[in-house]
Design a protein around this ligand. Structure first.
Ligand SMILES: CC(C)(COP(=O)(O)OP(=O)(O)OC[C@H]1O[C@@H](n2cnc3c(N)ncnc32)[C@H](O)[C@@H]1OP(=O)(O)O)[C@@H](O)C(=O)NCCC(=O)NCCS
Length: 210
């Protein structure tokens, strides 16, 4: 069994650790966090260094995951780790469901109650948070985050680094651009451009500040 190093000991990082422990695939789980040495523990796990110290702790016997919620930061650090030869596993909680005909990229996580249905394809560093569901034939690009309780109908496509807030729902067949923010509780019923923020039912762009 390998060890697992998680970079980022905040709320998301600790859920990643909890999920990893439930999977039972690693002998030891430890954290790196920039609050070290003041921060010695993240949840029930030990913090052993700052995030920049990962080269000192990673070798062939260590898998690495980035436990950072911010999509661009998580994806950027993951790419740096991969370039350095680190292995980033995909993580699926034992109480999640992923169809054998779906695919999940490196460093992606599916937390408890998450579901990924047949022929859905998730890129690298994607988060399917607690109780979120991805229906058939969806395509999620790298760095997408589905917050807890998000539901995607079939054939939804989401561009890189977009973030769907708590409980948002997306109608089947909708295409969402990159770096788009969908507010908590929104209902997305038509395609969305890159880089915008939408809220409400049906989801509408938040007007820019004057
Ligand atoms: C959409 C969002 C990003 C906007 O954040 P913000 O820019 O800080 O916006 P504010 O809180 O200043 O609100 C601006 C306006 O939008 C409204 N608004 C904010 N979020 C909204 C939402 N989800 N649905 C409907 N209206 C919303 C506010 O009521 C406010 O309206 P007003 O100007 O008439 O008073 C944020 O509210 C949100 O929904 N974040 C998702 C959080 C989440 O899901 N976290 C999951 C963690 S795992």
């Amino acid at each position: 069994m390998k060890n697992l190093l998680i970079i980022g000991g905040g709320g998301h990082g600790r859920v990643v650790a909890d999920c990893a422990q439930a999977c039972g695939r690693w002998r030891q789980i430890r954290f790196l966090d920039d609050r070290y040495p003041e921060l010695q523990r993240a949840g029930r796990w030990q913090v052993v260094g700052t995030s920049g110290e990962w080269p000192r702790f990673s070798d062939g016997q260590v898998d690495v995951l980035v436990g950072i919620g911010d999509n661009a930061s998580r994806l950027g650090l993951q790419r740096k780790l991969e370039d350095a030869g680190c292995h980033l596993p995909a993580l699926v909680h034992p109480r999640a469901w992923v169809s054998p005909d779906a695919s999940i990229g490196a460093g992606s996580v599916v937390f408890a109650g998450g579901m990924v249905n047949i022929d859905a394809h998730l890129g690298d560093a994607v988060i399917v948070n607690t109780g979120a569901t991805v229906d058939h034939d969806c395509i999620l690009a790298e760095g997408v985050h589905l917050s807890p309780g998000v539901h995607l109908g079939g054939n939804v496509t989401i561009g890189p680094r977009s973030w769907l807030g708590l409980g948002a729902v997306v109608r089947n067949g909708v295409v969402i651009g990159s770096d788009t923010m969908i507010g908590a509780g929104a209902a997305v019923v038509s395609d969305l451009a890159d880089g915008i923020t939408v809220v409400g039912v049906p989801a509408r762009p938040v007007p820019a500040d004057d």
